[in-house]
Design a protein around this ligand. Structure first.
Ligand SMILES: NC(=O)c1ccc[n+]([C@@H]2O[C@H](COP(=O)([O-])OP(=O)(O)OC[C@H]3O[C@@H](n4cnc5c(N)ncnc54)[C@H](O)[C@@H]3O)[C@@H](O)[C@H]2O)c1
Ligand SMILES: O=C(O)[C@H](O)COP(=O)(O)O
Length: 479
């Protein structure tokens, strides 16, 4: 088995590197040569990568093929911490600061193996169907609503995110905004920036003793709950799941109960069909007169026309919006009616804090997310490990060691239908299956097996036999 580029026979005057590149260019199983490996070379990992479990000295680093062939596209200014991890693997990394218009995204996604995005880039089925080589998507953020997770799973594309690394940052922003709204600090600051001294106390309040109503008591909501209580606020929350309240926070039985009892309402639910316009005219009508509404979840969760009405009528004393139904691809002067029809009207409202989706935008959060998601991508690309995946079963195996030179790791993503394991094990059965794990999630199942005593020619045969099964979604053989 070739274990390094220099061991590969040189054909047609090509250098070993050129050869290894040419054999591994096609990553998609539907392509000739393709593969995820039968014809590929093994390259030693850079020192940066510690692998999974066990001591570094004994771990055998698996690579799907020559790392230089792995193309990674990172959009939306993914933090350098993540870019560095991927570059140190030797992958080809292109990093772009903004998201891309759909036509450019489709063009670029066609030949990448890995894509990293944040909340803005829409990876719909229409886009993903062009991604012929894509094996994995990294959402360098919490939300994954921007990705068609089902389409991706059915196409054998694994999706990872960072479930909580920016939760604290969002919670702290909420605390800052709650105080700013209660004291009208945004308006006073804007006035003074214009040269106007306007010292008022009317309609300005302490937050101590006021009730905060949190809708969605997950990672962000729970962090916020603790911070708010420490400032002397009473916390109630509404969630579709029964959850234990932190401190003295109390769960209420309905959204209306929360709206009726809160001085401040903050929204921390995911974007779902059920959360679209969760807060509209009828819900605002339930809120206390002179209360405040804050949304840092997704733009679809609040009906903005209803919010504008509530603000103009004085039902709401203030609001803070960090997210919007349509958000620009990058930085610049974009917040006008062409983007969202009510933008100018919003800009004219008093005691309304508008922020450009920065809830998770802190140095701490972005650098932690960069490391977390890039690590998950490397483990998936190099070793097939799906721990933390949001659309595939979570499957992992103890690592192979240097003492196991003729072992290969087989990954078989397949339709979750009866009889597949029997057929796969018939194929693997000519070898010793050292360890194996399989799990399913919905229509898709993921099998990982380490088999021993496999020679180079057998790898291709093994691969082809698995590819020929009708249940196949994607086969990868790593060695
Ligand atoms: N503004 C930002 O920069 C920023 C940063 C992080 C997260 N977010 C958004 O905030 C959302 C929440 O983040 P999180 O980490 O707390 O998510 P999470 O998954 O930990 O928590 C979400 C909670 O909402 C609950 N929920 C779901 N549907 C609900 C409904 N209809 N009514 C009430 N509760 C419901 C869930 O049961 C869960 O407890 C994310 O999905 C993301 O869209 C925004
Ligand atoms: O889903 C998230 O984590 C937040 O909405 C932040 O998204 P961003 O990384 O695009 O700022």
């Amino acid at each position: 088995m070739p274990t390094a580029a220099q061991n590969i026979p040189v054909r047609n005057g090509n250098s070993a590197n050129e050869l290894s590149r040419s054999v591994s260019n096609s990553f998609n199983p539907t392509y000739e040569n393709l593969s995820t490996s039968p014809t590929a070379s093994f390259s030693s990992p850079p020192n940066s990568y510690g692998g999974v479990g066990g001591s570094r000295a004994s771990t055998k680093q698996l690579k799907p093929f020559h790392t230089q062939d792995i193309k990674v596209l990172l959009l939306e200014n993914v933090n350098l911490s993540g870019q560095d991890i991927l570059r140190k693997q030797g992958y080809q990394v292109e990093a772009i600061k903004s998201s891309l218009p759909e036509d450019q995204l489709i063009e670029k996604i066609q030949d990448v193996h890995v894509i990293g995005i944040r909340s803005k880039t829409q990876l719909s089925a229409d886009v993903l169907k062009h991604a012929k080589n894509l094996i994995v998507i990294g959402c360098f953020c919490i939300g994954t609503n921007q990705v068609d997770l089902k389409f991706a799973a059915d196409a054998g594309i694994c999706v990872f995110n960072s479930p909580f690394s920016n939760s604290r940052s969002v919670a702290e922003q909420m605390i800052g905004e709650i105080i700013c709204l209660a004291r009208q600090i945004g308006d006073r600051s804007n006035e003074l920036h214009r040269g106007v001294w306007n010292k008022v106390s009317a309609g300005c309040w302490e937050v101590r003793g006021k009730t905060l109503g949190i809708v969605g008591y997950g990672h962000v909501g729970a962090q916020l709950s603790v911070l708010a209580e420490s400032m002397g606020m009473k916390v109630i929350y509404y969630d579709v799941v029964n959850l234990m309240g932190l401190g003295t926070a109390t769960q209420v039985g309905s959204l209306n109960e929360l709206l009726q009892g809160s001085d401040f309402v903050t929204l921390h639910v995911p974007e779902l069909a059920e959360t679209k316009n969760l807060i509209s005219e009828a819900q605002i009508a339930q809120m206390k007169n002179g209360s405040y509404l804050l949304n840092a979840s997704r733009g679809s969760v609040v009906d903005i026309a209803a919010l504008i009405k509530g603000m103009k009528e004085g039902k709401l004393a203030g609001a803070a919006l960090d997210v919007f139904p349509n958000e620009p691809a990058g930085n610049g002067e974009h917040f006008h009616n062409q983007l969202n029809s009510w933008a100018e009207e919003l800009r004219g409202l008093k005691n309304l804090i508008l922020t450009p989706h920065i809830g998770g935008s802190t140095e701490e959060a972005q650098s932690a997310i960069g490391v977390e998601v890039a690590d998950a991508l490397v483990k998936y690309v190099n070793m097939g490990i799906t721990s933390g995946a949001v659309n595939m079963p979570e499957v992992t195996l103890r690592h192979l060691t240097q003492d196991e030179p003729n072992h290969v790791r087989v990954i078989y993503i397949h339709k979750n239908v009866p009889g597949v394991l029997r057929r796969v094990n018939e194929i693997l059965g000519n070898h010793n299956v050292d360890k194996q794990m399989t799990d399913s999630r919905g229509d898709v199942a993921y099998l990982m097996a380490d088999i021993s005593s496999v020679n180079t020619s057998e790898i291709k045969e093994l691969y082809q036999s698995l590819e020929d099964l009708g249940s196949r979604i994607r086969t990868r053989v790593l060695y």
